[in-house]
Ligand binder design. Structure first.
Ligand SMILES: [Zn+2]
Length: 122
């Protein structure tokens, strides 16, 4: 899907069928609900921003007494930086020759997000 302004949005579905219960650590596979859609920055293509849209799955544990739910978190993206790991690496590379302010302006993402990406890498 392409927006009028040239942004590309790619919708992906989680292919993993379970996650670890945050309370007991067991693998749980019973789907409870879908979480709010995440919009993650991904590597730009031909200079246009690319976003990945994903609805994380929330699973429920029936071994724990309170039947807690745990949201699946996949390894290829960061919650704090709202971006894919590839995008995070791209930002780190940009920071070799640019200041954070330059990167914020060029990429149109918040200072806080750039900081959280740096934190993940240090
Ligand atoms: Zn549990």
């Amino acid at each position: 899907m392409t927006r009028d302004n040239g942004d590309m949005i790619v919708r992906v579905k989680s292919t993993e069928t379970g996650t670890c219960c945050k309370s007991c650590g067991k693998t749980i596979t019973k789907v409870h609900s879908l979480n709010k859609t995440l919009l993650l920055n991904h590597l730009p293509t031909f200079g246009n921003p690319v976003y990945i849209e994903l609805q994380p799955i929330r699973f429920q544990c029936f071994d724990c007494e309170s039947h807690p739910t745990t949201t699946q978190k996949l390894s290829w993206y960061q919650i704090e930086g709202k971006c894919t790991e590839l995008y995070a690496k791209y930002i780190i590379n940009l920071l070799v020759n640019n200041t954070i302010t330059d990167v914020v302006e060029q990429e149109n993402i918040s200072y806080k997000r750039v900081e959280s990406i740096i934190k993940k890498f240090s």
